[in-house]
Design a protein around this ligand. Structure first.
Ligand code: TGC
Ligand code: FAD
Length: 390
């Protein structure tokens, strides 16, 4: 009875298969049991709860759509989305760990790596025995990753890597990093850098007010000798890292719905129980307006992601369609978190409830994987044919 009341105002469960529902319900039950009870404490202490890695792997949180022959869960895109939704219902930082491992580390190794690299890394990444991070952003190149200055030189029997990456999720504890760097001709390639390589360090970024339960850090490369077999051979150019972002951004579009659902559910319950002026605040028009608008926005976002999932299953979803969903759903979740926080009054600012943590987390989610502005400009470019970036 105290199970989360998943809002499904338009009976969207009818659009899901039995497998989708099984996968989602297993993820939901695990988050409720293993994440929700501990996550506030870890966020307060600014620590990633490493003990959940095994469970994340078991619910398909690492490589949900990677084929089973490589240790992945072999699921479709809607199951992938539903897993992200349920994880982010718990915490955006935990979903970040899952997104990075799945779409930014396993995906490029699967798509751009050779068979040897796939066999070497994917099963261990799927089981959580090995953790990865993704280094694209640099101190001077965030929204414009094509300008990156991290570079590698061909030294005959190895590559020599120099440069630095900033804001890298999972960096402080990752065993490997998929790093994007330019060769001597200025062409971007992906390299797998392993912890322990001389000249490679991963200092942690402290004092974040957002994604506190996720570890963020730098990647510093000072004359790192990278074996030649660690270069991802099957795709180069900016399109290679951007292709990974398509997959991660799609997952975030679903994930944001989970955070929004948790805020809505918490606010609805509170509004029904909290009595002021001799009646539940849920009986006031002002609070009903907030709650009614929340469920409307959640329902619209659910429809957007479900349709996008169908298009991705058919291989037809475009980058611009993904941008629209990421941008819309994260802003939707952030607005709901802010409104829900107010419904709880003073209680809303405490760690007794999840809303303030979701709100602060979403401030990162609205910025990473392409900022709110960048996604608008991607839509603008798509519909007008003019790039506002150049
Ligand atoms: P542009 O000229 O548009 O494109 C360069 C080349 O890439 C191709 N391309 C794509 N290929 C595959 N998939 C996509 N989605 C692609 N988008 C573009 C494009 O066709 C072109 O190919 P070619 O052969 O002609 O060279 O590039 P631009 O420099 O104008 O930049 C476009 C822009 C601004 C949209 C892009 O740079 C961008 O998306 N910027 C935002 C950066 C970003 O999102 N960074 C995220 C870092 S990772 C992260 O935040 C992880 S958070 C942790 C978590 O997920 O939880
Ligand atoms: P900037 O690009 O400097 O943007 C600053 C402001 O300018 C923004 O509002 C932006 O929208 C605006 N702006 C930029 N260009 C334009 C333009 N052409 N027109 C109008 N406005 C513009 N990166 C990784 O590679 N790997 C990770 O794992 C990772 N994890 C992250 C985790 C966290 C907690 C955070 C906060 C970030 C993470 N990032 C990661 C980095 C993230 O992708 C970047 O922060 C993001 O792409 C924005 O880059 P920036 O911070 O340099 O901002």
């Amino acid at each position: 009875p105290d199970l989360f009341q998943a809002p499904d105002y338009y009976l969207l469960d009818d659009l899901l298969t039995e497998e989708h529902k099984l996968v989602r319900d297993a993820a939901r039950a695990w988050v409720k049991r293993e994440v929700s009870p501990i996550i506030e404490d870890y966020a307060q202490r600014a620590e990633f709860p490493k003990q959940i890695i095994k469970g994340l792997a078991e619910i398909g949180g690492f490589g949900p759509y990677i084929p089973e022959e490589y240790g992945g869960a072999g699921l479709d895109q809607i199951s992938y989305g539903l897993i992200m939704q349920e994880i982010e219902r718990g915490d955006s930082g935990v979903r970040s760990t899952s997104s990075v491992q799945s779409s930014l580390v396993m995906y490029p190794i699967w798509k751009y790596g050779n068979e040897e690299q796939r066999q070497k890394y994917l099963p261990k990444l799927a089981s959580g025995e090995m953790m990865g991070c993704f280094g694209l952003t640099e101190p001077d190149f965030g929204s414009n990753p094509g300008g990156m200055v991290t570079n590698f030189k061909d030294m005959g029997d190895h590559y020599l890597l120099n440069g630095a990456k900033l804001w890298i999720s999972n960096a402080p504890f990752a065993d490997i990093a998929v790093v994007w760097a330019k060769n001597e001709e200025g062409r971007i390639h992906g390299l797998i850098v392993e912890r322990g390589m001389e000249g490679f360090s991963t200092p942690e970024t402290h004092n974040k007010w957002s994604l506190r339960a996720s570890a963020t850090g730098e990647l510093i490369f000072a004359d790192v000798k990278v074996p030649k077999e660690n270069l991802l051979p099957n795709k180069s150019g900016l399109g290679a890292p951007l292709g990974c972002l398509d997959s991660a951004r799609y997952g975030i579009a679903w994930g944001a719905i989970g955070a929004a659902m948790d805020c809505y559910d918490t606010a609805l319950r509170y509004a029904k129980e909290r009595v002021q002026f001799d009646k539940p605040i849920a009986a006031t028009q002002l609070q009903q307006k907030k709650l009614a608008e929340m469920i409307t926005e959640i329902t619209k976002a659910q429809l957007l992601t479900w349709r996008l999932g169908v298009l991705r299953n058919e291989g037809r979803a475009t980058t611009a369609q993904i941008s629209m969903a990421k941008r819309n759903n994260v802003e939707m979740a952030l607005n709901i978190a802010r409104e829900a926080r107010q419904i709880l009054g003073g209680m809303g600012i405490t760690g007794e409830y999840s809303i303030m943590r979701h709100m602060m987390n979403l401030e990162s989610v609205v910025t990473y994987e392409g900022t709110h502005d960048i996604h608008l400009l991607i839509t603008g470019m798509d519909i007008t044919g003019h790039s506002a970036f150049k």
